[in-house]
Structure formats: structure tokens, C-alpha cells
Design a protein around this ligand. Structure first.
Ligand SMILES: Nc1ncnc2c1ncn2[C@@H]1O[C@H](COP(=O)(O)OP(=O)(O)OP(=O)(O)O)[C@@H](O)[C@H]1O
Ligand SMILES: [Mg+2]
Length: 280
């Protein structure tokens, strides 16, 4: 751990020197009167790491993701990515939003190719199209790629958003409950595909989820947020399971139930205690 000289002194603090993203003491206040939504949130994301954020509804998870995406400004603190302060959105960060955010006048395929073209300006057209079709097929949308968002179901739109984000291969993939609207079978399939992509490409991921088992299956580390208002990052828990885990067998791994109980206990009991302690 060491200080990053690129951080302005107001939010400089110890960080992992190898971190790709360094988040330093961020807080958010949407209204000047009243308590902040959250404050003092600091964490690192190392290259190739899969980090999940868990916490109760309203504690500020989406706000944190939007700040990382550069779509919101923190009221305090700041972030460094690749040695540069994040001050706005960038193509180096691909976002899957909690609700889909597709361009309504484009088809599913056009939505994906549009994003890939924006990020990889010199990629040949046929390569972009092949990639887009590959990722749309991966999320089970071969038959629907020429439909516009209004003609798709909620889960299908969400899957287009997922294909679009994977396809652009951003430096960091930011995902806000990306699988929440999907049926269990599709969710499992896409989770496995995501883990495969991460293993092959060393994709760095920051993902919000409500699903403890999803976090254990996907994450290297799970960040636990206390309840709001004035929520805090209460814990940074490393996943003890080996990275080669599969969904079918992970519950046989040593430490699975201990880790699972730890996360569930936090959500059921300690998230509220942590909030009281932080604001006492
Ligand atoms: N643009 C905004 N303007 C004003 N208040 C906002 C805005 N965005 C979020 N909030 C408030 O900030 C708090 C945290 O919202 P946020 O969406 O970050 O929570 P969350 O943890 O993602 O919740 P959920 O799990 O339900 O998605 C809520 O009280 C919400 O009303
Ligand atoms: Mg949210």
C-alpha cells in the first residue's frame, strides 16, 4: 500500500500500488440539507479482478457505480483509473445499467455495433458485426437481433445491454444488477459465460448484485455496504473459494458455507448495526 501522487491531497490515502481503480473517500449528497446517501467509501480494484458490491436497497450502490462511470460527481473524495482522475464518462468503462439504456431507434444488433464502433474506431466493419452477432448469440438473442427495443421483453433488452457491454471489451466493466430481470436458466448461462470471458481476457469487473450466491460464484472480493442514510463500506471480504469454481460444485468447496453465512449474516443483521456504529 502506498500513496498515489496523482491524487489531489484532499483525498490522498493509502492504496494498492497495482490497483487499476483507486476510490478514495467518496461520498454523495443529492440534497444540501439532510444526511449524505453514503460517505467515506474507499476501495481498490486491481487489474483482472472481479469485485461485487452488496447492500440493501437505497444504500447508494447505483450512485457509486454511476460515479465510477463518470455519470455522477461525488460530493467528496475522488477516483483514479489508470493513473488519471475520473471526472466524466469514458469508453474505457462499459456500463450495464440497472434498467436497460438502449437507443430506441436502433435494432439490437445496431445498438451493439454502434457501441463497438465507438470504442474500436479502426476495427473493420465485418469484424464488428461478427463480434456483435457472437455476443448477441451468447445471450440467446440470435433470433431477435433485428428487433428494436420496443419489440423486445424487459429481460431481452437487458440481455442486449449485456452483449453490448461485453462486446466493447472495456478496461473496466461496470454492471448494476445486470441479471436481475432474467430467468434462472438464462442467468446461470450468462454468469458462466461471463466468468469464462473474464478468465480468457482478464476482464476487470465491478458489479452490483443482491444475490449472495451470484457474488460467491463470480467475485474475487465482495464489498459490503451498511444501510443508509450515510451508508459506509463496512467490509471488504475476499472470496476464499478457488477461481476454478463451477456453480454445480462450489457448495462442496471448503469455506463455501462459512463465507455464505458471513455474507447473509451481514445483510440480515450486521448491515443495520454497521450503520448505527458509523453514524453514532
Ligand atoms: N439522481 C438522484 N437524485 C436524488 N436522489 C437520488 C438520485 N439517485 C439516487 N438518489 C437517492 O439516493 C439513495 C441511493 O440510491 P441508489 O439508487 O444509489 O441506491 P441503490 O443502493 O442502488 O438501491 P437499489 O438496491 O434499490 O438499486 C436513494 O435514497 C435515492 O432516492
Ligand atoms: Mg441500484
Amino acid at each position: 500500500m502506498q500513496n498515489n501522487p496523482a491524487l489531489s491531497p484532499t483525498f490522498a490515502e493509502p492504496h494498492d500500488a497495482d490497483a487499476l481503480v483507486q476510490v478514495s473517500g467518496i461520498g454523495k449528497r443529492y440534497r444540501p440539507d439532510g444526511p449524505p446517501v453514503f460517505s467515506g467509501v474507499s476501495f481498490d480494484i486491481r487489474p483482472g479482478e472481479f469485485v461485487c458490491l452488496i447492500g440493501h436497497s437505497g444504500c447508494g450502490k447505483s450512485s457509486i457505480l454511476n460515479i465510477l462511470a463518470g455519470l455522477e460527481q461525488p460530493s467528496e473524495g475522488g477516483m483514479i483509473m489508470d493513473g488519471r482522475e475520473i471526472t466524466g464518462p469514458g469508453l474505457d468503462r462499459g456500463v450495464v445499467f440497472q434498467g436497460h439504456a438502449l437507443l430506441p431507434w436502433l435494432t439490437a444488433l445496431q445498438n451493439v455495433t454502434f457501441a463497438v464502433r465507438a470504442r474500436h474506431r479502426h476495427m473493420p466493419r465485418h469484424e464488428i458485426r461478427e463480434k456483435a452477432e457472437h455476443y448477441l448469440a451468447m445471450v440467446g438473442l440470435e433470433a431477435a437481433m433485428h428487433k428494436k427495443p420496443a419489440e423486445l421483453s424487459g429481460g431481452m433488452r437487458q440481455r442486449v445491454g449485456i452483449a453490448r457491454a461485453f462486446c466493447t471489451q472495456p478496461r473496466v466493466l461496470l454492471m448494476d444488477e445486470p441479471f436481475g430481470a432474467l430467468d434462472a436458466l438464462t442467468r446461470g448461462m450468462i454468469q458462466e459465460e461471463l466468468l469464462k470471458i473474464c478468465a480468457q481476457t482478464q476482464q476487470t469487473v465491478f458489479m452490483i448484485t443482491h444475490d449472495v450466491d451470484e457474488a460467491i460464484f463470480l467475485a474475487d472480493r465482495v464489498l459490503l455496504m451498511s444501510n443508509g442514510p450515510d451508508a459506509r463500506l463496512a467490509e471488504d471480504a475476499s472470496n476464499p473459494l478457488p477461481r476454478s469454481r463451477t456453480r454445480e460444485t462450489m457448495h462442496h468447496e471448503d469455506g463455501f458455507y462459512t463465507f455464505r453465512n458471513h455474507l447473509v449474516d451481514f445483510l440480515v443483521r450486521r448491515s443495520a448495526l454497521a450503520q448505527k456504529a458509523a453514524t453514532a
